[in-house]
Design a protein around this ligand. Structure first.
Ligand SMILES: [Zn+2]
Length: 324
């Protein structure tokens, strides 16, 4: 487990800030450190008590800028926030980082990735390669926990149609009941904006094929030893974070509670086009970020820069992600 006390974090960040005479928030410091991480990101293994956790890179989406990405925020403002975090301004770099958790003899995958680039652009789809690099056989995965049904989290469950082969043939799949109900309703397709309809169709195509393996969960009951769901609705109707704990150690898997930290941890009030109920998503974001700050809980975020592990601190009106 990474032990960074809140006091150390604040002091070291403040020290660096003073030493470099920077008029920048501590978010800049954290992101700049993140940029020095090895470029060839594949997997990172760490422990939460007795539980083994892997961050696995499924590549990155180099999302072109567009005016509608963040409500009320211009492309220039978005570029300024990326630059302040030491990131490229040519596009919005959105990484994908599923986790594997080894707990109580079970191998648990949290979110299934982009499906070999079925979504997320040409630089997405490296999950299977990196699972192999980590010595994890897809056939050995016993359980898959799904945070929500956006394509970058579920397309990895199955190969492309018409084959539609299960990628993790021996896994039982646990999905949030609210998410399942929303997307599986045949009437939902008509109600969705045009751009979301192919996703709903694909969801309604693949989940019946896995039916005997799919289990819906509700509430905060433990799903596998040491892992409980946290209601984090807003991004989607059933969006879920996960609490991993062993002994005194804890980790919160934030899923898509926030997209990339440089934009949405720094500015929790920015509403990304991906958030279905942006007001609820913001309330959820602030609530969860306040919790991990107050309790000094380690976090991992699906769209955080690899290896996507660290802590959160309050920083002015927003928050700062401090990579571990
Ligand atoms: Zn996502």
């Amino acid at each position: 487990m990474f032990e960074i006390s809140r006091r150390d974090l604040v002091l070291s960040a403040a020290g660096a800030y003073a030493a470099f005479g920077l008029s920048k928030p501590i978010a800049f410091i954290g992101a700049a450190e993140a940029q020095q991480a090895p470029a060839a990101a594949s997997f990172r293994k760490y422990k939460v008590g007795d539980i083994e956790v892997f961050s696995l890179s499924d590549g990155v989406w180099e999302k072109p800028h567009d005016d509608n990405f963040i409500k009320g925020v211009t492309v220039d403002e978005t570029k300024a926030a990326l630059a302040a975090a030491g990131l490229t301004t040519d596009f919005v770099p959105i990484p994908f980082t599923p986790n594997v958790v080894r707990t109580d003899g079970k191998l648990v995958l949290i979110d299934a990735g982009t499906g070999g680039g079925q979504t997320g652009g040409p630089k997405a789809g490296t999950l299977m390669k990196h699972l192999a690099a980590a010595g994890i056989d897809a056939g050995a995965v016993n359980v898959i926990l799904i945070s929500h049904f956006h394509p970058d989290h579920i397309y990895g469950l199955m190969t492309k149609g018409p084959e539609n082969t299960a990628v993790f043939p021996n896994a039982e799949i646990y999905v949030p009941a609210d998410e399942y109900r929303f997307w599986m309703d045949p009437a939902v397709i008509e109600k969705l904006p045009e751009a979301r309809r192919p996703l709903a169709k694909r969801i309604q195509e693949i989940f019946p094929l896995m039916k005997h393996k799919v289990h819906q969960f509700e509430g905060a009951k433990e799903l596998v030893p040491g892992i409980r769901p946290i209601d984090a609705h807003g991004h989607t109707p059933g969006h879920t974070a996960f609490h991993v704990s062993s002994g005194k150690d804890q980790l919160i898997v934030l899923s898509d509670t926030t997209n990339i930290p440089a934009l949405f941890v720094r500015n929790p009030g920015w509403h990304a086009a991906f958030d279905q109920d942006a007001v609820m998503a913001e309330a959820t974001r602030r609530k969860l970020l306040d919790r991990v700050v107050a309790d000094q809980i380690m976090v991992t975020g699906y769209h955080f820069p690899f290896p996507a592990i660290g802590t959160i601190a309050k920083d002015g009106k927003g928050y700062a992600f401090k990579p571990a």
